[in-house]
Design a protein around this ligand. Structure first.
Ligand SMILES: Nc1ncnc2c1ncn2[C@@H]1O[C@H](COP(=O)(O)OP(=O)(O)O)[C@@H](O)[C@H]1O
Ligand SMILES: [Mg+2]
Length: 297
């Protein structure tokens, strides 16, 4: 009995020692695991930081890519703009020369017809007079088209002096063929300003011709002047069909025309002349009104 209890006592001591060993091992393992956990935690934080940085770099890269695409687009547009303006200036030079050279023979044709009519009026049969009128009309049209080209391409310096706007308008009207069924309402007042009279006359001619053409030779054109203190404003209103909204932006672009015999150079020339006088031009519909504002000096 005693022996077995001794044995039992020895057994439980051994068991205790074994358990204590296990506990130590387990604690050791726990510590190791905690350490590993700490290391992994640090690695995770490190990774998260790297990921955040990566995201940042990715965003920057996307932004740079966007910017680059935009710049390439801009460069493309700039190149084609440059190409277009170079081409336009070459075309401009040639057209100016041709237009200039053609104006004299045309004037000779017109004057000769006039002379023939005056000198031989008694002997000219009516059919021939009709033919003369056709020659006259066609050469006038050509003169207008050539003037459109010349007004657009010629960039002679402004020659400014004190001008009466009414006299300038009357001079433009004298040189314009007004169809019988078109009524021109001139302003009742006059305004004065310092400007290049010849160029402002071309502005009137262009706006009035456009108005007459838009009304298809029938209707009313009302011209009015306003003195606004530092500036003068004049407007040309017509009773034509107006300008569709989607064309509004295009009408001032060189070579844009909706007419079979148009040059598309009238309004661009008008815009350039007004800009060179440091003025502005606007257009509105219902009724169609082109308004020009020019500083007095
Ligand atoms: N008063 C107007 N009413 C309607 N459309 C107009 C008027 N003035 C100009 N336009 C439009 O603007 C275009 C450009 O005019 P413009 O530069 O003078 O060239 P063009 O008279 O040779 O066509 C015209 O073809 C026409 O479509
Ligand atoms: Mg025109």
């Amino acid at each position: 009995m005693l022996k077995s209890s001794q044995k039992n006592g020895q057994g439980s001591v051994m068991q205790c020692a074994e358990d204590a060993g296990k506990i130590r091992r387990l604690e050791q393992e726990k510590q190791n695991l905690a350490k590993q956990n700490e290391i992994q935690q640090k690695a995770l934080v490190h990774l998260e930081r790297k990921l955040a940085r990566f995201e940042e770099v990715k965003e920057q890269r996307d932004w740079l890519l966007d910017e680059m695409t935009k710049k390439i687009g801009e460069l493309g547009r700039f190149q084609s703009e440059l190409f277009r303006s170079e081409r336009l200036s070459a075309i401009g030079e040639i057209s100016a020369r041709i237009a200039h050279d053609m104006r004299n023979p045309l004037a000779i044709i017109k004057n000769t017809v006039e002379l023939l009519k005056i000198k031989h009026s008694a002997k000219i049969p009516p059919e021939l007079l009709d033919l003369f009128a056709t020659i006259d009309g066609a050469s006038s049209r050509l003169v207008f088209q050539l003037d459109d080209v010349l007004n657009f391409v010629r960039s002679s310096p402004l020659s400014c002096e004190e001008c009466s706007l009414l006299e300038t308008l009357d001079s433009a009207l004298e040189k314009t063929i007004i169809p019988d069924e078109v009524k021109i309402v001139r302003p009742a007042n006059d305004v004065h300003l310092v400007c290049d009279g010849e160029k402002i006359e071309a502005v009137f001619t262009n706006l009035i011709m456009n108005a007459i053409q838009a009304m298809e030779n029938r209707g009313t054109v009302v011209i009015s002047f306003e003195d606004c203190g530092d500036a003068v404003t004049f407007s040309v209103e017509d009773s034509g069909p107006g300008i569709p909204q989607d064309r509004m932006e295009k009408i001032f672009e060189p070579l844009y025309t909706t007419k079979s015999r148009g040059t598309g150079l009238g309004l661009p020339a008008v815009k350039t002349i007004v800009a060179r006088h440091l003025g502005s031009i606007s257009v509105s519909n219902g009724p169609t009104v082109f308004s020009v504002s020019l500083p007095k000096i």
